[in-house]
Design a binder for this molecule. Structure first.
Ligand SMILES: [Zn+2]
Length: 458
């Protein structure tokens, strides 16, 4: 009831503000005018934020864009042109150096006691097998089980880890299996294993495996790949019948040192002489298997569109709004590392930052709210009609923003429903049809509301 009255009075203020040439923002209390404008932005975004067209363009005209590839370079050019077309005041790039990685070919099969082909994908950064690698398989439940296994049981073998990822709304099942992908290869290598296979980090039951990056400890690199869930089930059933299951793995990969990509940045210049920045970010690169629609074309489109809606207002925001599309998040976070290594003077201009890189679901919670109680109160009021509440959970800045958070940049989180995210995450199924335009508009509505209020709250 109280909420309805509040919205009604905000609507009246907004109507008066827009209808009369004699009633400027300065004649309304500033806070009410800001909140009325936030309401206008929110409703425009919900009606049609323009974001779906952006992600449709990226996934159709560029597609998969692994860092360092020709398609990645096309994505950078696409982003520069799109920021300009959307009317951003300033558009620029900053170079990012890294070692690019590329899959060339991959296959995996059971060769004894019977033969069966497996659906496999090599993990990012993995070394190759230098031709067919035949070895006996040894299966463990998870990273911890491998940790406590004696080296004798692992030496000369292909290690298989089979823990299933759990489905949760907040996507927390991912963190519980992530070590299998990121760190198990080097652990297995220290015990003498010749390769690592993992059950895909996914919640689906189809046969498309999920890739993702592996981090090697220096000197402990063995080939690492993920098989689909049904193939992991198959290997578990086989190894129950006979302890001696032999596999053949054939992986070829390539690296290119000193590759260059670019963080692409668009700004809407603020009115304030004191040059503070409200930042929205996503990552421009994607894995090579799908078209990077959900991860992270969704975040690219929503942050670009959220800024563009503000640019269409008759008045500029007080603080500058900066949208940053990071390079090579997926295979090394190199764009975020480069950005966080800017001089401290530039980083200290960041008033508040946010990142979108957690799928295409609706936003349900505001977490890690700003220190400023006034801004938190305004955000809570403006986001409530979108079904977004301050739920008291600790929150997380997101993978790229994590590097900036460590460098002292203040951040908030708008937490998305990730129930279905890991059905297609990092797989060939990450395509445009997985994006619900209404959910995308709801995300843009929340981000544009956030950006406006954060840019204008004194
Ligand atoms: Zn991502």
């Amino acid at each position: 009831m109280a909420r309805r009255l509040l919205n009604h009075s905000a609507a009246l203020l907004l109507a008066a503000y827009l209808a009369s040439p004699f009633v400027g923002a300065e004649t309304l209390p500033a806070a009410a005018a800001d909140e009325a404008t936030a309401g206008l932005l929110r409703e425009r975004a919900l009606a049609d934020s323009g974001a779906y067209k952006i992600v449709e363009s990226l996934t159709t005209e560029v597609g998969a864009r692994p860092a360092g590839s020709d398609a990645d370079a096309r994505a950078v050019a696409w982003a520069v042109a799109k920021f300009r077309a959307l009317g951003y005041d300033k558009v620029y790039t900053e170079p990012v150096k890294f070692t690019a990685w590329r899959r060339l070919s991959e296959s995996a099969e059971v060769i004894a006691p019977i033969t069966q082909r497996l659906a496999v994908t090599t993990l990012g950064n993995s070394v190759g097998t230098n031709g067919p690698l035949d070895a006996e398989m040894v299966r463990f439940q998870d990273f911890e089980a491998l940790q406590s296994a004696p080296a004798d049981s692992v030496r000369g073998r292909i290690v298989l880890l089979t823990r299933r990822m759990e489905r949760h709304r907040d996507g927390s099942g991912y963190a519980r299996v992530l070590q299998m992908r990121s760190s198990a290869a080097s652990l297995a290598a220290t015990k003498g294993a010749v390769a690592l296979l993992i059950r895909s980090l996914g919640t689906d039951d189809n046969r498309l495996p999920h890739t993702g990056s592996v981090n090697y400890a220096p000197g402990n690199a063995i080939p690492a790949a993920a098989i689909s869930g049904p193939d992991a089930d198959l290997l578990e059933r086989l190894v129950q019948r006979t302890p001696s299951v032999r596999l053949r793995l054939n992986i070829a990969t390539q690296t290119q040192a000193d590759s260059t990509s670019y963080n692409v940045i668009g700004e809407i210049t603020g009115q304030d002489a004191k040059p503070e920045i409200v930042m929205m970010s996503a990552h421009l690169d994607s894995w090579d298997l799908g078209t990077g629609a959900v991860d992270d074309g969704f975040g690219v489109a929503l942050t670009m569109a959220a800024g563009a809606l503000i640019k269409q207002l008759p008045q500029a925001p007080r603080r500058t709004i900066r949208v940053v599309l990071f390079a090579n998040e997926e295979n090394g976070f190199d764009g975020a590392r480069a950005y966080a290594a800017r001089d401290a003077g530039d980083l200290s201009r960041h008033y508040l930052a946010i990142e979108s890189d957690w799928g295409a679901g609706r936003i349900y919670a505001l977490r890690h709210p700003p220190q400023d109680a006034e801004l938190t109160a305004r955000l809570s009021r403006a986001l409530a009609p979108l079904g977004i509440t301050l739920d008291g959970a600790a929150g997380a800045p997101g993978p790229d923003l994590g590097f900036l958070a460590k460098a002292g940049v203040p951040w908030i989180q708008l937490a998305q429903d990730a129930t279905d995210l890991f059905d297609h995450h990092h797989s060939a199924n990450d395509t445009l049809d997985k994006i619900d335009p209404a959910s995308l508009n709801q995300n843009v509505a929340a981000y544009t509301t956030f950006a406006w209020l954060a840019a204008n709250t004194p």
